[in-house]
Design a protein around this ligand. Structure first.
Ligand SMILES: Cc1cc2nc3c(=O)[nH]c(=O)nc-3n(C[C@H](O)[C@H](O)[C@H](O)COP(=O)(O)OP(=O)(O)OC[C@H]3O[C@@H](n4cnc5c(N)ncnc54)[C@H](O)[C@@H]3O)c2cc1C
Length: 399
C-alpha cells in the first residue's frame, strides 16, 4: 500500500470512459495538469465483480440528425472535431458510412427534417420507394419514410475514441492510472482520491465521470436523480459474402410504435475484437433497472434480457430478410438517464465535486463536446457561453 498523496494534479478525472477521457483531454488543452483514473475493460465480464463501463463495444451510432436540437448541436460540434482528433492521435475511430433515420411516425420524421435544415446537415429525405431502391437489402414495413445523413453520419468505435483521447492526454504528459477509485475525501483546500489499491491522489479539483457506477463515490446523503436503465443487444455474425453484400450499409434508427421502447437501431457490419464481423441490433430506449445497487454488476455479468433479445432477433430477420447469420449472441449494457434529458455538468451541493454524468443513452457520439463543456465548467465555473448552466444542473432525489 502506498503512502498519502503519491500523485498530485490540478484536476483528477474519475472514469476512463467516453465522457471522462474527453473531459480530461480538454482540461489538458486548457493548460491544467490532469490525472485520469479508471480501470481497463475486464477480460471476462462474467467473472468480473468490480465496476463496468458502457463503452465495451466496437460500434456506436454517430449522427447529427435528431428530433432534439440540443442533441443535434452537441453531436455536430463533436463530429466536426473527429478528423482532427484522429489525425493528431494517430488512432482512427470514425466510419462515415452515413446514417439512416426511418419511421412511420410523421411527427418524428418532420422534427428530424426540421433540425437537419436548421443546422444545414448534409442529409436527404427519402420516400418509401426511394428507400427501397437505394437500400434494397432492407425490408421496411409499408408507410415508412426516412432521412439519410451522408458525410457526418455513420459509426464510431468507442474503444478507439477513448484510446485517441488518452493518447492526446499522454502526449501532453498527463498521468493515467488504471485503477478504480474507492473514495473521494475532502480536505482543507484540496481533495484526495483513494484508489482500490491504496494509492492516493491529491487534486485541487475532482471531476466525477464514472457513468452508471458514479453513485458509489457520492456521499449517500446526496442521492442524484439518475435512473439506471438496462439495455440488451444482439450481435449477429455474418459470413464473408453477406458482409460484402452489406458493404456501405449506413447505421440505422428505426423509430416505431413498438412493443419494446420506441423501436430499434442497427449497426452495419463491423469487425469486432474476436476477428468476426457482426451486425448489431438494439432497442432505442431502455427500461429502468430495479434496485441497481443490488443488480447492476449482475446485469453486466450476464447476457441481457432473453425476451427482448428474441424480439430484437425477429426485428433483425424481418428488416434484413435476405441475409443469413452464422451465429447470434446477446450482451448486456446499461445507461443512466436524468429527468431533464440533459447531462449533469455541475458541482454536487456541499461537496464541491464536479460531475459529468447522465449519458442518457446518446452520449458516445457527442462525448467530445460534452467533455469540452465540462472542462470549461471545471476551469471557469461556467459552461461555455453558447450553453446555459441551468440546463446542466444536477437534480437530486429528495425524500
Ligand atoms: C447498448 C448501448 C448502446 C449505445 N449506443 C449508442 C450509440 O449508438 N450512440 C451514442 O452516441 N451513444 C450510445 N450509447 C450511450 C453511450 O455508450 C453512453 O452515453 C456513454 O458510454 C456514456 O459515457 P460515460 O463516460 O458517462 O460512461 P462510460 O462510457 O460507461 O464510462 C464510465 C467509466 O467509468 C469507470 N468507472 C466506474 N466506476 C469507477 C470508479 N469508482 N473509479 C474509476 N473509474 C470508474 C468505468 O470503468 C468506465 O470506464 C449506448 C449505450 C449502450 C449501453
Amino acid at each position: 500500500m502506498s503512502s498519502l498523496s503519491d500523485f498530485k494534479c490540478d484536476v483528477c478525472v474519475i472514469g476512463k470512459g467516453l465522457l471522462g477521457s474527453a473531459a480530461a483531454r480538454h482540461l489538458s488543452e486548457m493548460g491544467v495538469s490532469v490525472l485520469l483514473l479508471g480501470p481497463d475493460e475486464p477480460k471476462v465480464r462474467s467473472d468480473h465483480s468490480g465496476v463496468f463501463g458502457s463503452h465495451y463495444d466496437s460500434g456506436r451510432i454517430t449522427r447529427i440528425i435528431d428530433t432534439d436540437l440540443y442533441c443535434a448541436q452537441i453531436a455536430e460540434a463533436s463530429i466536426s472535431r473527429y478528423a482532427e482528433l484522429e489525425k493528431f492521435s494517430g488512432i482512427d475511430f470514425f466510419e462515415p458510412v452515413g446514417h439512416l433515420a426511418v419511421s412511420n411516425l410523421d411527427d418524428y420524421i418532420s422534427k428530424i427534417v426540421g433540425t437537419a435544415r436548421h443546422l444545414g446537415v448534409d442529409a436527404k429525405s427519402l420516400a418509401a420507394s426511394e428507400l427501397a431502391s437505394r437500400f434494397s437489402y432492407f425490408s421496411f414495413p409499408s408507410g415508412v419514410s426516412g432521412v439519410h445523413e451522408h458525410s457526418t453520419g455513420g459509426h464510431i468505435n468507442p474503444r478507439n475514441l477513448i484510446k485517441a483521447q488518452i493518447e492526446m492526454l499522454m502526449k501532453a504528459e498527463n498521468e493515467v492510472i488504471n485503477e478504480t477509485g474507492s473514495a473521494i475525501e475532502r480536505h482543507d483546500g484540496f481533495f484526495q482520491v483513494v484508489t482500490q489499491n491504496g494509492k492516493a491522489i491529491k487534486a485541487n479539483k475532482v471531476l466525477l465521470a464514472s457513468g452508471v457506477f458514479s453513485e458509489r463515490l457520492v456521499d449517500s446523503r446526496e442521492k442524484l436523480d439518475l435512473e439506471i436503465c438496462e439495455s440488451t443487444v444482439v450481435l449477429a455474425e455474418l459470413g464473408k459474402e453477406d458482409a460484402e453484400r452489406l458493404r456501405g450499409m449506413p447505421s440505422v434508427i428505426f423509430r416505431q410504435e413498438a412493443e419494446y421502447e420506441k423501436g430499434v437501431y442497427l449497426l452495419p457490419p463491423i469487425r469486432y475484437t474476436d476477428g468476426k464481423t457482426y451486425i448489431k441490433i438494439g432497442h432505442s430506449e431502455s427500461r429502468p433497472m430495479s434496485d441497481p445497487d443490488a443488480n447492476l454488476v449482475k446485469w453486466f455479468q450476464g447476457n441481457g434480457d432473453p425476451v427482448i433479445a428474441d424480439w430484437l432477433k425477429s426485428q433483425l430477420f424481418s428488416l434484413l430478410p435476405g441475409i443469413s447469420f452464422t451465429d447470434i449472441k446477446t450482451e448486456s449494457c446499461a445507461v443512466s438517464r436524468s429527468p431533464t434529458g440533459r447531462q449533469f455538468i455541475d458541482t454536487i451541493e456541499g461537496s464541491g465535486i464536479h460531475v459529468l454524468l447522465a449519458g442518457n443513452g446518446y452520449s458516445a457520439k457527442s462525448s467530445d463536446e460534452l467533455g469540452r463543456i465540462a472542462a470549461h465548467k471545471v476551469i471557469s465555473g461556467e459552461v461555455p457561453e453558447e450553453y446555459s448552466d441551468i440546463d446542466f444542473k444536477v437534480k437530486y432525489k429528495r425524500t
